[in-house]
Design a protein around this ligand. Structure first.
Ligand code: ISL
Ligand code: CA
Length: 558
């Protein structure tokens, strides 16, 4: 694959359909709602829309449990609504990426229902079945959402494996018929005219040859399945086969969600010449928050250390340069809001720090993903009660650690949820200061963030120096300055705990990016900066040279 692909210059906007725009007052965002907001996305300047799953689903994990890959979730509309959305997007020059979930399906899927019936029907081998061992589950693996990964089914007298919820059964990629069924399904969407795919936990599809017990987590009977199944022995083979059967010959954008992927894994899955995917979502920078209590897994309320963030982003920038392609993201539907996590969502710093974070990300090499509301500087939900949460990961963790195991007090766990729960990103999009932020005339499925009278699209669009207009400028720069796409990267002052600065450079041009990550003034001198350097963008109205104001970000060109 040659370099200089359209998707290397593109910016992707992620729409979480359930929370974007409700068109019929049932409190659930839907496809006609998205269609009615396409002009907003176009105005931002994004090139591609990634839609979280919109297929038929019982909704145990908000659509990541698919019961029919060929149909639309009636909560979101009909196939005709989907076709209309795709056509309306294309009319505006916007592309659509579908979310493909093929590590697992819903147990309501016809494939699973057939598979569960017997050991000798055409679907028997579509899932991962094992006999009991001494009357128990086959091993000690524990799932992403807690508990054993094994569930017993009477009709087969066997257990099936589920890496996520009990209702999300893992598909058996060792079975060539299953693989062909997946490719056929993907081709159905390619033939409809979709422009790309985001592949859910795709690096978990190749399970290891041995299903031996793993090392249990501290204080738990279970061993985390994640590291055991990530980047398995046949992953590359499967992705190349998918490429040959679905992707080759189409000019699609593809990104594989890849928890626990290393540089080496990504260089393979997202290599420029490996014929697999265009890029992966790596997770290293999403796991850097302090960890006060390892026995609580990911749950914490600690800030991230800037030197750790620098080390991680730098490793990926340099590690993939010239051989593979990075994706760039600060948040998504599984992560808290970035302004609340790495920035400062206090009123006096919110917009400034949101722009600073945007600057840092959008000048890196890779394809940036903007999560709905990020362009408004939307914040964490700041929920105070457990009853406000919907996300099954958050609820399972609370019940497990507070009620069952009594490892943490209720107030502390609520503070952790407020910091890191997935629901922080899932509150409805804030369109205006009207009822429910203009998201719905009914009762929203998840509470609207109470700051919507202050933070909403209508207000932001009327403001000349808004976070939105800053994102517009950043996206335009990505489209026009080639050095952002192709230049190399050099971190300056790796041990500086307050200011993140780096260079981007090609034969023609150098950029210096400077970001103050603190609410304090800082003084920094950059000897690299020549007198004739021009300011490309900044989140303050004037430039004071070596004097950096709170959350100041600026980029010079020379
Ligand atoms: O959400 C997480 C951390 O809070 C991750 O562990 C997450 O489960 C993992 O990144 C996989 O995510 C994807 O697959 C899940 C689904 O729940 C997520 O929404 C999806 O992005 C299972 O399909
Ligand atoms: Ca609706």
């Amino acid at each position: 694959m040659a370099t200089n692909q359209w998707w290397q210059k593109a910016v992707v906007y992620q729409v979480y359909p359930r929370s974007f725009q409700d068109s019929n007052g049932d409190g659930i965002g839907d496809l006609p709602g998205i269609t009615s907001r396409l002009d907003y996305i176009k105005k931002l300047g994004a090139d591609v829309i990634w839609l979280n799953p919109v297929y038929r689903s019982p909704g145990v994990d908000n659509g990541y449990d698919i019961s029919d890959y060929y149909d639309i979730n009636p909560e979101f509309g009909t196939m005709a609504d989907f076709d209309q959305l795709l056509a309306a997007a294309h009319q505006r020059g916007l592309k659509i990426m579908m979310d493909i979930v093929v590590n697992h399906s819903s147990t309501e899927n016809k494939w699973f229902k057939e598979s569960a019936k017997s050991k000798d029907n055409p679907y028997s081998d579509y899932y991962i079945w094992r006999d009991p061992v001494d009357g128990h589950a086959p091993n000690n693996w524990g799932g992403f959402f807690g508990g054993s990964v094994w569930e017993y089914v009477e009709s087969r007298q066997q257990y099936y494996l589920h890496s996520f919820a009990v209702e999300q059964a893992d598909l058996n990629w060792e079975n060539p018929n299953l693989r062909q069924a997946v490719y056929d399904m993907m081709n159905f969407w390619v033939n409809k005219g979709v422009d790309g795919f985001r592949l859910d936990v795709i690096n978990l599809i190749s399970k290891p040859a041995s299903f031996a017990d793993g090392q249990p987590n501290p204080g738990e009977p279970y061993a985390d399945i994640g590291p055991i199944i990530a980047n398995g022995p046949r992953l590359s083979e499967f992705l190349q086969e998918m490429n040959a059967n679905v992707l080759a010959g189409h000019d699609l954008i593809t990104v594989g969600e890849s928890p626990a992927a290393t540089i080496k894994d990504a260089a393979q899955s997202a290599g420029l010449t490996t014929h697999e995917l265009n890029m992966v979502f790596e997770f290293e920078h999403m796991g850097l928050d302090g960890n006060p209590a390892p026995e609580l897994g990911k749950w914490n309320d600690q800030p991230v250390k800037l030197v750790d963030l620098k080390a991680s982003l730098t490793k990926w920038q340099n590690g993939l340069h010239g051989t593979a392609w990075n994706s760039l993201y600060w948040n998504n539907h599984d992560q808290p809001r970035i302004v609340s996590r790495f920035g400062n969502d206090a009123p006096q710093y919110r917009e400034r720090s949101a722009k600073m974070l945007a600057t840092l990300l959008h000048f890196l090499q890779g394809t940036p993903y903007v999560y709905e509301g990020e362009e408004l500087g939307m914040t964490n939900a700041h929920f105070k009660k457990l009853a406000d949460y919907e996300d099954l990961e958050s609820l399972n963790a609370y019940h497990h650690f507070v009620d069952d195991e009594k490892r943490v007090s209720a107030p502390t766990m609520l503070a952790y949820l407020a910091h890191i729960s997935r629901d922080n990103a899932r509150t409805p999009m804030q369109w205006n200061a009207n009822l429910n932020a203009g998201f719905s005339t009914g009762t929203p499925w998840l509470k609207v963030n109470q700051n919507y009278p202050e933070i909403n699209a209508e207000r932001t669009l009327a403001q000349p120096d808004s976070v939105f207009s800053y994102y517009q400028q950043l996206i335009k720069l990505r489209h026009t300055l080639p050095v952002i796409t192709t230049g190399n990267y050099q971190l300056l002052a790796p041990d500086d705990a307050e200011v993140y600065a780096y260079l981007r450079q090609d034969d023609q041009q150098t950029l210096l990016v400077v970001c103050n990550f603190t609410a304090m003034a800082q003084t920094r001198h950059f000897a690299q900066l020549p007198a004739q350097a021009k300011l490309v963008i900044s989140n303050y109205a004037d430039d004071r040279g070596d004097q950096l104001r709170p959350y100041e970000a600026k980029v010079y060109e020379f």
